[in-house]
Design a protein around this ligand. Sequence first.
Ligand code: GLA
Length: 424
Amino acid sequence: MTVPEPGSIAVARSAVEGLRGVLRDSGRSVEFQSADIRVSVAPGRVNLLGGHTDYNEGFVLPVAVDRFVSCALYPGDTGILEFHSLDLGDSFQLDLASLDELRDDPDRFDELAGGCRAMWRRYVAGVILEMDEAGIPVVSGIAAITGNIPIGSGLSSSAALEVSVYLACGKGAGATVEAALLCQRAENRWAGVPCGIMDQYTSLLAEAGKAIFLDCRHLTCRHVPLPEGCAITVINSGIQRELADGEYRRRRLEIESALGILRKAVGPIAALRDLPAGDLAEVEDLLPQPLLKRVEHVVGAIERVEKGAVSLTLGERERFGELMVECHRSLAERYEVSIEELDLIVESAISVDGVYGARLTGAGFGGCCVVFHREGCREELESAVAGAYRARSWKEPVFHHLSAAPGARVLNAEDMSGSGITEL
Ligand code: GLA
């Protein structure tokens, strides 16, 4: 049996405490034992290699990180599922008997989950609607949600939220590829974000201390242990990814246009995965800019992930780090999803002795960079990057020293005993 990550237990504890508070504040002073509640924890993720390759049916190489979202559900037989976001101070209810009406009436859904602040409601309600449609029985009751993944920073707090709700509220729900697809569908359909499969897959199926070499076409993976003595630091640029969704969608449309042109010229291509790097020269004249740059990035990035998985397996940290930096530069120059702050973080990080590589992670346009380095050079890293920021009079970035966490799970009685949750 895998041991739950200690950080995840702390977040689960906060969710359970919050749940107790919600029940108390609403006058429903229910005394529950840990066995009465369902508590799930789901990690965020950071992608080491392969930016914007998942929706091109290519490869990615993410790790789940020890930052989590937890959902604690006190089941009841009311047929109503009530969600409380402890961090956003917002709550809403779903009547499980009228999910069909909600699904069929976009105005009703918008009324429930309208406005930007209520984006979290879209993810949560989306998961419930998708579970219902897939025939997975949903448990009614009162749920409290909390987490410690910084929102909007590219660490996939949204996927962790979806996964935690899925596991806590779905009867018999487990960490499977189908679960990842369902959560991705919830985000695509109900939150309107056309994301790929990487985030949900990683949150559900990661293993501690390992990266996931994920084939986004066949949805199969190989867990690759991170070499001994290596560490991961994520640096938050401080720039929220406000434009990300619009630009993300634009990149996806550009890829579709490029595929349209390529299909006419060279025949059936299901996705850019089917275009080997060696064939790029042949299609050069077919694609106008910026489509050519976009395609060049994706094709190169897919190839780089395959090489990176080999390097990591062989423990070739320097080579792996070089691939990360190449990936960042390609994301910046060809995919044009970087910003000045992220470029500065990468350049100042890789100037530090002991840093193997760095790159932006997630969609780009702000959010975080991931740095892969030798253990024991955190201070030098922080001082180099913070110094570079200070020299431009920018507000200091935030550093997160992270470990590769296991995938999401529902905590069982054994996990809870000794964790302090039973004594709350
Ligand atoms: C976001 C999406 C992922 C992936 C990355 C870019 O995080 O949610 O599916 O496309 O951007 O690699």
